[in-house]
Design a protein around this ligand. Structure first.
Ligand code: 3HC
Length: 287
């Protein structure tokens, strides 16, 4: 197949969904962003507006933010969102059944050559694609948080993905001015999360054993290893519930220091507290 991508639908307006929609709009695509409730869609739209404002303020946006926003439309209607899309990017919660339901609906409501991409971070593309009649049109397109700031995108093939679909997905990622890597084997968590989640897990196990201080580990990885965030700060950033859920799905061990925080609803930045306390503007402090 030889696909030309002009219009994009993003399913999900959460931190990944709205970020992906924003990135596509910045690159000049018309984007429909859809979520299941009006309030979620509005929150996502507001986040895009905030982020574009920040980029403009720092001289990192070539266009007027309003012109970029004009390319983003919103809806709660899945069929309307995908009907005219050349590419659909799903960024729904990390749950196989939810994603399978969405892909079955997208397959039924979209055109015969629509590329259906999942932003899954921990599931297999093949398991999601099985819910459709056209698994050859399904691929992984895994962005990193926050999409507008992170350069890498993993483009993953399922067992039945057409090579032309992968080529088109890679070209699309390049058109966003991002760097794609092809993940040819359909392993859960692809490349980055396979390496990253054990790092965050190992830091948690060391904390369980009382061997380390949170700030010391993060500071070591930042100042000695050159990471932008240490493993605890990064886990707070992505959400400790997301980390725990992705490990549990594959029966991988989760440190008590992480699980207990999740049980107490201390999920990281989004709840104001995780390994660090973000309330009252405190946040991360390595001193
Ligand atoms: N849009 C616009 N501006 C944003 C923003 C966004 N989405 N997010 C943050 N900013 C702004 C902040 O508000 C702040 O603005 P201010 O200076 O006016 O207060 C500014 O950017 C932050 O700038 P900094 O100079 O402090 O930080 P950097 O820009 O250098 O880096 C970062 C910020 C890109 C988030 C960096 O800390 C980083 O790379 N962190 C690691 C992130 C990472 O590893 N993500 C991947 C996680 S794994 C994953 O996503 C997998 C998935 O499956 C879950």
């Amino acid at each position: 197949m030889d696909a030309e991508i002009e219009s994009v639908a993003v399913l999900g307006a959460g931190s990944m969904g709205h970020g992906i929609a924003e990135v596509a709009a910045i690159a000049g695509y018309d984007v429909v962003m859809r979520d299941i409730e009006e309030e979620l869609v509005e929150d996502g739209y507001d986040q895009i507006e905030w982020s574009l404002g920040k980029l403009a303020e720092k001289g990192q946006l070539e266009e007027d933010p309003e012109d970029v926003l004009d390319r983003v439309s919103t809806t709660v209607d899945l069929e309307a969102a995908v009907a005219d899309a050349d590419l659909v990017i799903e960024a729904a919660p990390e749950d196989l059944e939810i994603k399978r339901d969405i892909f079955a609906d997208v397959d039924a409501a979209s055109g015969p050559e629509t590329i259906m991409a999942t932003n899954t971070s921990s599931l297999r593309v093949t398991d999601i694609a099985e819910a459709t009649e056209h698994p050859e049109y399904v691929c992984g397109m895994h962005f990193f948080n926050p999409p507008v700031k992170m350069d890498l995108v993993e483009v993953a093939s399922g067992e039945e993905t057409d090579e032309g679909v992968v080529d088109a997905a890679v070209e699309f990622v390049e058109s966003l001015d991002k760097t794609p890597i092809r993940v040819r084997k359909d392993v859960p968590q692809f490349v980055v999360n396979n390496v990253l989640t054990p790092l965050m897990g190992e830091a948690g196990f060391m904390l369980d054993e009382g061997d380390v201080e949170i700030q010391d580990v993060d500071a070591a990885m930042i100042f000695q290893r050159g990471y932008p965030m240490g493993p605890f700060e990064l886990n707070d950033f992505g959400g400790l519930d997301i980390f725990t859920h992705s490990r549990d799905q594959w029966d991988l061990p989760v440190p008590d220091s992480i699980r207990s925080r999740v049980e107490n609803d201390n999920l990281g930045r989004k709840t104001g507290k995780g390994f660090y306390d973000y309330e009252d503007g405190e946040g991360v402090n390595y001193e």
